[in-house]
Design a protein around this ligand. Structure first.
Ligand SMILES: [Zn+2]
Length: 181
């Protein structure tokens, strides 16, 4: 069974605008800016033998303000920039009560099935509590970049930046049992 790193898209792999203390997802290719300083960090994870999978909630698909075609163009750019193994999208609105909208763990569980992953030995990187909660529910270790969206729920590590998180994952990767800090 393989080990994976699940990475939240908005705020980690691409830049986001912040309005009234909320992150605003880009809706067009013109607004979509991959985070260039993350490129070398994702390469280090791949070189460490981890399956790298981006995950994202995009309720705009269900609510009608995000076009599928434009999302596909953004995601083609994301895949070219980061050499991702997979990219999983929850297209639903909260009111759809789907199993995949984070903080629910559906995207992680789906990926585990597709990629033959050991979720107990896999990792989640994000700047938001919803991903830490999905990680907890799926049995993954969560590592959050310090941000206004970390809040106070369960998480395994909060670190200042992506480089520190990648260092931590590569250090933990071989360990048989992950101890929270
Ligand atoms: Zn969903």
């Amino acid at each position: 069974m393989k080990q994976a790193v699940f990475i939240e898209r908005d705020g980690v792999l691409n830049q986001v605008r912040v309005e009234r203390q909320h992150q605003v997802s880009p809706l067009t290719l013109e607004e979509f800016h991959p985070e260039q300083k993350a490129v070398s960090e994702i390469k280090r994870l791949k070189a460490g033998g981890l399956v790298v999978i981006a995950t994202t909630n995009q309720p705009g698909l269900s609510r009608g303000y995000q076009s599928r075609r434009e999302l596909d163009r953004m995601h083609a750019l994301l895949r070219r920039t980061f050499d991702l193994d997979d990219l999983l999208v929850c297209p639903h609105d909260e009111t759809d009560r789907c199993p995949c909208r984070k903080p629910k763990p559906g995207l992680l569980v789906e990926a585990a099935f597709t990629w033959h992953l050991d979720l107990d030995r896999s990792f989640v990187i994000s700047d938001k509590w919803q991903d830490a909660e999905a990680a907890r529910a799926a049995g993954c270790t969560s590592l959050l970049v310090q941000s206004p969206w970390v809040r106070t729920g369960h998480r395994d590590f909060v670190l200042p930046d992506l480089a520190s998180i990648v260092d931590k994952i590569l250090g933990l990767k071989g360990a048989t049992r992950v101890m929270a800090a």
